[in-house]
Design a protein around this ligand. Sequence first.
Ligand SMILES: O=P(O)(O)OC[C@H]1O[C@H](OP(=O)(O)OP(=O)(O)O)[C@H](O)[C@@H]1O
Ligand SMILES: Nc1ncnc2[nH]cnc12
Length: 294
Amino acid sequence: MISVPQLLAAIMGVGVALGAGGAMLVMSTSRKKRLVCCADYDDVREVPSRGTGKDDPIKGKSYAIDPSSPDIRKITKAFRWYSPQFSPKEVPRFYDLSSITENPTAFRDVIDILVSRYSAPSSKPTHVVAFDARGFAIGAPLAVQLGVPLVLLRKSSKNPGILVQSEGYTKEYKEDHDERMCLRIDALKPGDSVILVDDLLATGGTVTAGLELVCNLGATVLEVCCILILSSFNPVSRIRASHDGRFKDVSVFSIIEDSSIPPINCRDPVNWKERRRIIDGERTDFIRSTYNLS
Ligand SMILES: O=P(O)(O)OC[C@H]1O[C@H](OP(=O)(O)OP(=O)(O)O)[C@H](O)[C@@H]1O
Ligand SMILES: Nc1ncnc2[nH]cnc12
C-alpha cells in the first residue's frame, strides 16, 4: 500500500528518502516519465549500507523496484523459468534470459530502466562492464545507449592480450571454485568508473569475481546491476562480506526479485514423455507438433 510520503512524492513528482525501511526515486525513460518505489533488500539489513552521500547518490545502496509498478509487472510476467528436467543445471528454477530477449517490449523496458538510471551526470559510468555470456545481452544495448565503451569480462581466458584473472569463484550450480573470470589488463584504468552488468544474481560469486578484477585495475564500481536477483541466496550480503569486506560499500540494483515471479511462469512443456531434453534434429517437426512447442 502506498504511504503518505510516497503519495506526496508522486503528486509532486520528486523522490523522497524514506529512511530505514526503503527509499524512493524518480526515473524517467526516453518514452515516458515514471515514478517508482524502491525498497532495500532484506539481506542488505544484515550488512547496513554505508557511504551514501549527496555526491554519490547510488553508492552503498541496494534497490529493487516496486513489483507493483506496471512496467515491472510486465517484465515479471515475461521472465520464464524451467524446472531441472528441462534446464542445463540442477537448480529448482532455471531463469531463462531468452524469455526477455525474445520479447521486444520487455527487453526494451529493461534497457530503458537501466538507461534511465545511469544517464544522469551523477550516476553515468565511463564504462559498462558485462559478464560472459548473458551479461553481454544486457550490457551491449545499455553501453550503446549511454554512449560509453562496453568491456567484456570473459570466462576461461577467452580474451586476447595480457590478462588479469580473478580468484576461483563459485555460483549457484558450481561449488568447486574452478571458474575464473578474466579481463584484459588495459581494458580499464584508475579514474574509470564502471557499472557491472549481468542478467541475474544468485550467490553473487560471479559478480564478486568481476568486482575483484575491476578494482584490481584501479577502476571504481558505481553499481552492480541486473534484471533479476535471487534474494534467498543473500547475494548482496555475500558480495559485501567477501574478500574480507573489500566490497562492503558496493551498491546493487535489480529490476525484479525472484520471489515475485510466480509458478505460472514455468515454461516446462506439458505432457512431455521423452526422457532426454536434447533431441535429434530430424525429429523437430514431430516433437513441435506433438507437444505444441511452436
Ligand atoms: O550469482 P551466481 O551464483 O554467481 O550466478 C549468476 C551467474 O550465473 C549465470 O552465468 P553462467 O556462469 O551460468 O554463464 P552463462 O552466462 O554463460 O550462461 C548468470 O548469467 C550469472 O552470471
Ligand atoms: N537459477 C538460475 N537460473 C539461471 N541462471 C542461473 N545462474 C545461477 N543461478 C541461476
